[in-house]
Design a binder for this molecule. Sequence first.
Ligand SMILES: Cc1ncc(COP(=O)(O)O)c(C=O)c1O
Length: 430
Amino acid sequence: MGFREDGQAALDWAARYLENVGDHPVLAQVAPGEIRSRLPAHPPDRPEPFADVLRDVDEVLLPGITHWQSPRFFAYFAVSGGEPGILAELLAATLNNVGILWRTSPASAELEALTLDWTAELLGLPEGWHGHIEDTASVSTIAALAAAREATGGKVVVCSEEAHSSVTRAARLLGLETRTTPTDDAFRLRMDALDLTDAAAVVATVGTTSTTSVDPVAEIADACAEAGVWLHVDAAYAGASWVCPELRWSQAGVERADSLVVNAHKWLFTPMDCSLLWTSRPDELRAAFSLVPEYLRTRDDVENISDYGPALGRRFRSLKLWAVLRCYGREGLQARIREAIRLAELFEGRVRAAPGWEVCAPRPFSVVCFRRDASDEENEAILERVNASGELFISHTRLGGRYVLRLAVGNERTTDDDIERAWKSLQSAI
Ligand SMILES: Cc1ncc(COP(=O)(O)O)c(C=O)c1O
């Protein structure tokens, strides 16, 4: 069969998958090694038909898939790879452009700049910031902290104890020390404990990984300005919510950041991977990363995005973001974000109304932290039981030393019925 027929079959497969994704057990119900053991140990000598690949995806790999696209995927940060983004990925792979310089893919370079400007406008960010795409927030933060190190000469990265582990990892990689600051009873960085001695940067989080708490960014910005310290804001998850004006309370102070990361692959309906990094100080990023070997020298009077981050060859990631922004529009994005928050509120209401259950943290966005009024072991057993049922997938965290369950809403297919099913499963897992 040719490309067209195989492509048709793959697209049919994708459409069927998305139509029925809610029917699969959400968490893959396989043992470690099981999938590999069902596959040939050695590569084929002769070419095989693509149809065989597709068949094996269905029969062998699918049981080993944890369904991130499922409406009852409630673990970590629940996400959606939106359909326009899926199709755009096909086009990007077809073009197979490698954006090392403007001239190796002018459309990719210019669309990336445009989509970052569009997204900045949608999120209400300051005009004129320089934006580009990295693969993940981990790498965006590495890029930002490399610039901070270059710009300040500081040796320490300061963040709250609720900051994501990628901050410590970036610091370690850059030879910087991490200083964690305690949080208050709403899991926000405590200003009275902020110590900026020898600091290169503060990483403030808007939407922490455990509870989605929001650090006092405006006050942190004051302290950073006074001490000459770089302010990087990690809004990997919650930054997307700023598309809704009523949620921009959490943006206060972000306009004074030196850099900001928002993951389009978290809550902007763009398939993995697509991390948006903006900076108000692009010269510092260039100083940290620009290095042009002879074979890449041109007389083009243009910007090369590879001067702003660790990668040279870059995927055409902006194509999928552009497709999502166009096909959903501001209103479509707002409706999806508001719906996720409404559904999280619905779930939170169920927990609050049920004796023997407790909500364990404020809920600024679409993540509910809760637990059964019982031992840590019993809560962990509830999590294991519901995840093993395949009905839903949730994850956990630890707050104030206690084991806490987390239900995150973010999939665009999630409905009231999915929330009720999740709640029923949890109750019957006691
Ligand atoms: C607040 C926050 N920052 C950063 C990250 C890292 O994201 P990525 O997987 O894109 O590196 C996460 C991951 O969930 C996160 O929750």
